[in-house]
Design a protein around this ligand. Structure first.
Ligand code: CA
Length: 234
């Protein structure tokens, strides 16, 4: 399992340094941007597990960044913790209304922030938890037994194919980029060496095995894949 990635969007270098140090110490992978535009760019490309967002940023301010993250289907699912100064109490409320998950008022203790990050990630995991088994059209997926069947006939998937199917289903119709799939299934460190074609190759074999239900795996050109659920399963 790849390390959880936290994106820091903050223009104060000392705070970035402090956050970077503390996140890494806790086993997270830390990314950072010192302005909103770059932050959004990294969020789209890297699909972080959480964003720490300073509200007082040059040019594009934190609230605009928050809005942009939540309005983009590629990033809308990423939780945000807002970092504010005392004087910005009102903005903090707006931020929460715009979809941020939590906030911290500066100055804060790294320990408390880490605890908040873990709490937000934990809440999200609870929410995303899959049932033990799921039936989508003709496909039955038993997550606890790691079994897939079509019309009750078990099919054989490799562990990577199973992970791929699981992650696509978990995304509930959202598009997942090739890079994200590589990173999550094959691990970040290996991702540099494995070409993104690996994902396509596995998608092809997975589709073959899913037979009539293969069309549920939709290709999003030059980006990635999504799994089509029936409308009542969304
Ligand atoms: Ca700032």
């Amino acid at each position: 399992m790849a390390k959880e990635k936290i994106l820091i969007i903050e223009d104060e270098k000392d705070i970035v340094k402090m956050l970077d140090y503390n996140l890494k110490k806790e086993g997270f992978k830390a990314l950072s941007a010192n302005n909103g535009e770059d932050g959004l760019d990294i969020a789209r490309k890297e699909n972080p597990d959480l964003i720490l967002l300073d509200l007082m940023l040059p040019e594009m301010d934190g609230l605009e960044v928050c809005k942009a993250v939540k309005n983009d289907t590629k990033t809308a699912h990423i939780p945000i913790i807002i970092l504010t100064a005392k004087a910005q109490e009102a903005d903090k409320i707006v931020g929460l209304e715009l979809g941020a998950d939590d906030y911290m008022t500066k100055p804060f203790s790294p320990r408390e922030l880490i605890a908040r990050i873990k709490a937000v990630l934990r809440r999200l995991k609870e929410k995303d938890k899959l049932p033990e088994a799921l039936k989508i059209g003709d496909v039955t997926i038993d997550f606890s037994k790691i079994m897939v069947a079509i019309k009750d006939k078990p099919i054989e998937l490799t562990s990577k194919e199973f992970e791929l199917l699981k992650i696509l289903i978990k995304a509930k119709g959202r598009v997942l980029s090739r890079d994200y799939l590589l990173d999550t299934i094959w691990g970040f460190d290996q991702a540099l060496e494995i070409q993104t074609r690996t994902v396509d190759v596995h998608i092809t074999t997975l589709r073959k095995k899913l037979k009539n239900e293969s069309k549920r795996i939709v290709t999003v050109k030059n980006y990635g894949y999504r799994f089509e659920l029936d409308s009542d399963e969304n």
